[in-house]
Design a protein around this ligand. Structure first.
Ligand code: SME
Length: 153
């Protein structure tokens, strides 16, 4: 399915009035991992209150030991500090990387802003080398913008 085809489906999930926020996020993880071949692990991390650490939220894929990630650590922890997308074409070339599975070859992390504040991120792992392009970045920015509305209303 193309990104454009996924957008209305995303909208359906996020505007459903009978599901809770975490249920919506879980459905978004399924939507993306079920419909995009190279999205093998899809999950959300959120800042833990005022602490400088991320906590794992809803996800789809292999369970990970890394349910708490300090700011600055790994790709996710770096994005918590930089507030910028991080596209890793080859995870073996990264020094500051937390391996969750030996089959992962590339990764993308896009921050989630609510009223200009970085409250968390979407994290996607792929078993394909160099899987992510600028079109993934634009699409995931769109996804996060739509999700941000769940945190303001
Ligand atoms: N690889 C990430 C850790 C999270 S897992 O991919 C689920 C990182 O380096 O921050």
């Amino acid at each position: 399915m193309t990104f454009e085809e996924l957008k209305p489906k995303l909208n359906d999930i996020l505007t459903n009035t009978s599901t809770l926020r975490d249920e919506k996020l879980q459905k978004v993880c399924h939507l993306l991992s079920d419909n995009i071949d190279y999205y093998d692990w899809v999950g959300f991390y959120f800042r833990n209150g005022d602490k400088e650490e991320l906590i794992l939220g809803p996800y789809v894929g292999e369970p990970t030991d890394h349910t708490v990630i300090p700011f600055g650590k790994g790709i996710c922890g770096q994005v918590a500090v930089s507030n910028q997308n991080f596209v890793v074409s080859d995870v073996t070339a990264q020094d500051n990387y937390i391996a969750c599975s030996m089959t992962v070859k590339s990764e993308i992390v896009v921050p989630l802003f609510v009223d200009g504040e970085n409250i968390g991120q979407i994290d996607i792992d792929s078993e394909v080398l160099d899987a992510f392009s600028e079109s993934d970045e634009r699409f995931l920015e769109y996804v996060n913008c739509e999700i941000a509305k769940l945190f303001t209303s």
